[in-house]
Design a protein around this ligand. Structure first.
Ligand code: MLT
Length: 329
């Protein structure tokens, strides 16, 4: 075939190959042009939802478009995880997640996605859990709680945010350390579980401090210990697990923000910059402090920092969780 007759074909072929690159570059240049959705993998009003809504409000300023929260609940965040993994990689659907969704779930569930496959946007904050109980539970401290659980083994209950969630996993470690046995009651998030704890329908929870600090302060739930080596600046009256008699039961619940894999780097960077601007706002910092959240230093908030932190947490926790043989049901 003479060369001349191939030229239009070549032009067409080249055009077809280059077009997606050009339109991706244009998309990244102008991003965003419409609202962005953050998928929250748990019920509204719970700890992850609260952090997402604070961020959403303050990210709007730098992005120039609303950031909308969508709660997709079920199976400890794995229903949302699949939805977020399969979303278009254009930056308009992103997800907030944490130690449970983006670390533990990968060891506990047979997933149709990989918790490591997302494009990390930013490491947001980290906070401990509180060991809490319904307000009329008679135990006055952690040692008495352990005694009470031993004498009420057949009927004591712990609320969780789902099978294999952080609250469940922490409860299993607690059982192993204290030789106690109680049943777990799964909810679609820590928010509804806490409501049932306040109402006395369940006995205890291993709950993110951000979910229950306000209720501890108002006396509608009892707190026995914080799962860290130091007391919370916003609740110095709550002893650490070391002080309360359960040394070393440290759990840090970190949160991050991810986009679907394949999201253009420029778009991920725009989203990351909006998160970092939000996290620098004094009002956000104050609110996070009140929620028992520690915001990482700016150089530790990046997507790379989140990727490294997630990898380190997976390396630490997957063997522990797998050897504890924690089942999703
Ligand atoms: C929630 O928002 O309900 C929690 O993040 C669930 C959990 O504790 O894992």
């Amino acid at each position: 075939m003479p060369n001349v007759s191939r030229r239009p074909f070549l032009r067409l072929a080249l055009g077809a190959a280059v077009a997606p690159l050009v339109s991706r570059a244009l998309r990244a240049d102008t991003f965003p042009t419409r609202p962005i959705t953050i998928i929250v993998p748990f019920a509204a009003g719970g700890p992850t939802d609260v952090l997402a809504r604070i961020l959403a409000e303050y990210m709007r300023g730098s992005l120039g478009h609303p950031v909308v929260v969508e709660n997709i609940t079920g199976a400890s965040g794995t229903v949302a995880g699949l939805r977020a993994a399969r979303a278009a990689a254009d930056g308009y659907t992103i997800t907030i997640g944490h130690w449970g969704t983006h670390c533990l779930n990968g060891a506990i569930y047979q997933l149709q996605y990989d918790v490591r496959e997302f494009a990390p946007i930013a490491l947001i904050a980290s906070g401990p859990q509180l060991i809490i109980a319904r307000p009329d539970l008679p135990a006055k401290n952690l040692k008495e709680l352990i005694g009470w659980l031993k004498s009420n083994a057949s009927k004591a209950t712990a609320g969780t945010a789902g099978p294999g969630s952080g609250a469940h996993v922490a409860g299993v470690f607690f059982q192993q350390l204290t030789d106690t046995n109680f049943s777990f009651v799964p909810y679609r998030g820590a928010g509804p579980a806490l409501n049932d704890l306040m109402a006395g329908h369940i006995d205890i929870m291993f709950d993110q401090a951000s979910n229950s600090l306000a209720q501890v302060k108002s006396g509608t739930v009892k707190a026995y210990a914080v799962t860290s080596s130091s007391r919370l600046p916003s609740a110095p009256e709550i002893p650490t697990v070391d002080e309360a008699g359960l040394p070393g039961l440290y759990i840090a619940y970190w949160h991050g923000l991810w986009a679907p894999k394949g999201t253009p780097a420029e778009i991920v960077a725009t989203l990351g910059a909006a998160v970092r601007t939000a996290l620098a706002e004094p009002a956000v910092r104050q609110r996070f402090l009140e929620l028992g959240q520690e915001i990482p230093a700016p150089d530790k908030q990046s997507g790379d920092a989140l990727r490294a932190h997630q990898a380190a947490e997976i390396e630490k926790w997957w063997p522990i969780v797998k050897s504890a043989n924690i089942k999703p049901e």
